[in-house]
Design a protein around this ligand. Structure first.
Ligand code: NCD
Length: 321
């Protein structure tokens, strides 16, 4: 990994009020967010190094779908930048009384927050919130569309692993995404982020989990996991998104064809790594011995979610002031 003092400065700073989708961003804007996140890794991990850039600011978290890691890491990220957090999530809010997502967002904004972090089911829901409010808005995942901070933390994990965290140039790297690409917002952002940084994405999935346009146009689609897994640097496994209508058919046939088990992991290149955004369904898409094995970077991904969200909050809030 490069020395912290030798990192190149990126030319275009990310200075948007909202972070809705990596598809909206130029590759230089993605690099700018990633370099900020890289520089916050220590502050994210060690309370003694926590920052005060956002002291006096409040951040509202509005999660209209379940979440463990994304919600907690946005909360920790805000706190480690010195901000307060108000959590207003799905069950127990007025959404269950028929209030719209936009009205809930306007309600929390009226109380004086500098940023809203929103997760919802409609793919255009976070954009609708951003159009209605004046404060910063960051998507924490929208339907089967994009999950931009997950895409960024995946790219940061890869950059650090393969020593690309200076220029964030992924040329020559090959990412294989396996499983339910049709319904995965994690895949949506990973494909965009990884290709904008110059890498190549291959996907391996059954016919009924094949992504449609526009994602499909930048992808090579393979069906034979045993063959394709031998020639990639990163294997990213996805959970089957049953709640979005995914139908794996026979689970036995699915796991036989697409589960990453120890036999398949042994086919990978010596230095190739395994990723998974979580939550994992152990023994479905990934076997425990691989999830807990030496190739796994699953907990690194979770850890790097905090500095990525610190950077996203800082840049979005700064651009409103
Ligand atoms: C994912 C999500 O909610 O999109 N989880 C996450 O944020 N890390 C992936 C999933 O639910 O499968």
């Amino acid at each position: 990994m490069a020395d912290a003092t030798s990192h190149q400065s990126t030319e275009t700073r990310f200075s948007r009020r909202s972070l809705i989708a990596l598809a909206d961003l130029s590759s230089d804007e993605i690099r700018s967010l990633l370099s900020s996140a890289r520089d916050m890794v220590d502050a994210a991990a060690w309370p003694g190094a926590a920052r005060t850039d956002l002291a006096g600011h409040s951040v509202g978290t509005l999660f209209f779908e379940d979440s463990t890691r994304t919600r907690s890491s946005f909360t920790l990220a805000a706190q480690r930048m010195g901000a307060h957090v108000v959590d207003c999530s799905g069950a127990g809010t007025s959404v269950s009384k028929g209030e719209t997502i936009v009205d809930t967002a306007l309600t929390i904004e009226s109380m004086g927050v500098s940023a809203l972090v929103v997760r919802c089911t409609p793919e255009d829901g976070v954009r609708a919130v951003a159009d209605a409010v004046q404060c910063a808005v960051i998507s924490a995942g929208a339907g089967a569309g994009e999950h931009p901070t997950q895409g960024l933390l995946d790219c940061l994990t890869i950059a650090r692993e393969f020593d690309r965290d200076d220029a964030f140039d992924f040329s020559g790297l090959r990412l294989l995404i396996v499983g339910d690409l049709a319904h995965s917002r994690v895949a949506g952002s990973a494909v965009v982020g990884f290709t904008k940084l110059g890498g190549e994405v291959i996907c391996c999935c059954p016919e009924e989990m094949t992504p449609g346009p526009p994602m499909a146009s930048s992808l090579t689609i393979e069906r034979d996991l045993d063959r394709v897994i031998q020639d990639v640097d990163i294997v990213m496994m996805l959970r089957i998104q049953m709640e979005r209508g995914a139908d794996p058919g026979s689970m036995n046939a699915y796991t036989k064809a697409y589960q990453l088990d120890a036999r398949r992991a042994a086919l990978m290149r010596d230095d190739a790594i395994v990723m998974h955004p979580g939550p994992m369904n152990r023994e479905v898409e990934i076997a425990s011995e691989v999830a807990d094995g030496p190739r796994s970077r699953i907990w690194t991904q979770v850890r790097l979610g905090v500095p990525v969200r610190m950077a996203a909050l800082l840049h979005c809030i700064q651009s409103t002031t």
